[in-house]
Write a protein that binds this ligand. Sequence first.
Ligand SMILES: Nc1ncnc2c1ncn2[C@@H]1O[C@H](COP(=O)(O)OP(=O)(O)OP(=O)(O)O)[C@@H](O)[C@H]1O
Ligand SMILES: [Mg+2]
Length: 358
Amino acid sequence: MTKKITFLGIETSCDETAAAVIRENDNGTADILSNIVSSQIDKHKKFGGVVPELAARAHLENIEYVIDTAIKESKISIKDTDGVAATAGPGLVVCLTVGLNIGKSIAAFSNKPFIGVNHLEGHALSPGLEKKIEFPYLLLLISGGHTQYLIVKDVNKYEQLGTTIDDALGEAFDKTAKMLDLGYPGGPNVEKFSNLGDKNFFKLPEPIINKAGCNLSFAGLKTAVLRESKKISGEKKLRYNLAASFQNTINKILYKKTKVAAEMFREKIKKNKFQLIVAGGVAANKTIRSNLSALSNEMGFETIYPDLKFCGDNAAMIAWAGIQRFKKNMIDDVNISAKSRWPLDKNAPYMKGPGLKL
Ligand SMILES: Nc1ncnc2c1ncn2[C@@H]1O[C@H](COP(=O)(O)OP(=O)(O)OP(=O)(O)O)[C@@H](O)[C@H]1O
Ligand SMILES: [Mg+2]
């Protein structure tokens, strides 16, 4: 019997303080020995978004308790683990530093290897916690800070097919919620209230829908929501109609762009039956899920979504990415530092800013 790798994972890149203990199992997936997430939603609610200094202070206040609880719940001790993984980027450096430093210290004191995980690799590999996934697969990563189509060739091997040229999708949901006064966090509230509205009431733009391959743009859509929201002066039914129309427009954009990305994937990988993995916080959205599942039925590929508890930020996915890297001997030096920007495909063109040619 081969030894099953066990890791402690730590996540503090944004506004969740999280720790988890994960062990590989015989199915090639993970046994979740513990998965603790302490959300700071209440702290940031009144500001309508994450305040970095508040987030960093809250991580400092919570981290010891969160890690301690994760270890106690796992019913094993640090000496029974094979290593420690902590998110090293991308994210808010003041926040990342908290989890990274404590992770390095635990590893050093317990004489275990340390792995600094790319948060986006955590999202990218997260469905593997529950289901054995085969490389290569197509990934749609939709989160608070990122929106990308990638070919996941292996652990640490990514090819970006497309990305947003302005806002991330989660950001577009959060800003829409703010403009329509639907509450924080934005994404789940837009989803909830759009169920009460008429999705065809407002005609909203679908930027760069017929050009630029599977690159995406949400800024023009956001401006249109702002313009319409000013006209409806807070009337409840119209706000719900606008939320529903926004959600419907997002579905149309993702349907079209995912189709383009799937065709690109087929062309490059020469594989008709393949898996599309949709990961990141926005992957929790039910209409996005059913819309993309309809596309996958039409095109004959399989769509896989992580369980809701693994869509938003969590440390189980960080421990899991740590295990995958450990198995490939990708151990980090304890000098590894926090990075605010850390693309999965380092050769991908930077797609933001003036002068961008589509
Ligand atoms: N049901 C939902 N519908 C739409 N968006 C959602 C839903 N649930 C969560 N979100 C959005 O997901 C985002 C949070 O996802 P996640 O925690 O992965 O982002 P992040 O870690 O802040 O960013 P990144 O992973 O890019 O660094 C927020 O923008 C939130 O509004
Ligand atoms: Mg995230």
